[in-house]
Every structure is written in C-alpha cells, then in structure tokens.
Design a protein around this ligand. Structure first.
Ligand code: SF4
Length: 73
C-alpha cells in the first residue's frame, strides 16, 4: 500500500509496511506527523523544505517525497 499526501510544493509517499518505527518523523516534525490524527500526515503544517529534511531522516524509506513546482496544481 502506498498513500500519497500532497500540496503545491511537495508530494509525500507513505508505505506503512516499510516502517521500522524509529519515530524520527514524529519527533522531527510533530505538527506534520501525528499518529493520533487522521490523516496522520498534515502536509500543510510546515514548509515543504522542513518536511523534506525530516523525511530525509527516515531510515526505512517508508516516507519518501517528490518536490513539486510552486505553480503546479
Ligand atoms: S521515520 Fe520512517 S521508519 Fe521512522 S517512524 Fe517515521 S516513517 Fe517509520
């Protein structure tokens, strides 16, 4: 399963079966990654660059991203 969360700046991919529960994402950007919320990824709660940097700390590849053009819908 691959879920996608996106806005104009960034597209985040979530593959739960790859997650090793390091909690890097939850500790790194708790306003974006919150397992108590639905959806658990709030893509608009931080700048795309911050989300990118946080996802770069994901050790398993469960979270990945693609940066998008600002003017792309
Ligand atoms: S950082 Fe990656 S491996 Fe760690 S909890 Fe988040 S999604 Fe899972």
């Amino acid at each position: 399963m691959k879920k996608i969360y996106e806005n104009k700046r960034i597209r985040v991919f979530w593959e739960p079966e790859k997650c090793v529960h390091s909690t890097n994402c939850l500790r790194g950007l708790p306003q974006v990654f919150d397992i108590h919320k639905r959806p658990w990824v709030n893509i608009n709660a931080a700048e795309a660059e911050e989300i990118k940097r946080c996802i770069d700390t994901c050790p398993s590849g469960a979270l990945s991203y693609e940066m998008l053009e600002m003017d792309k819908q």
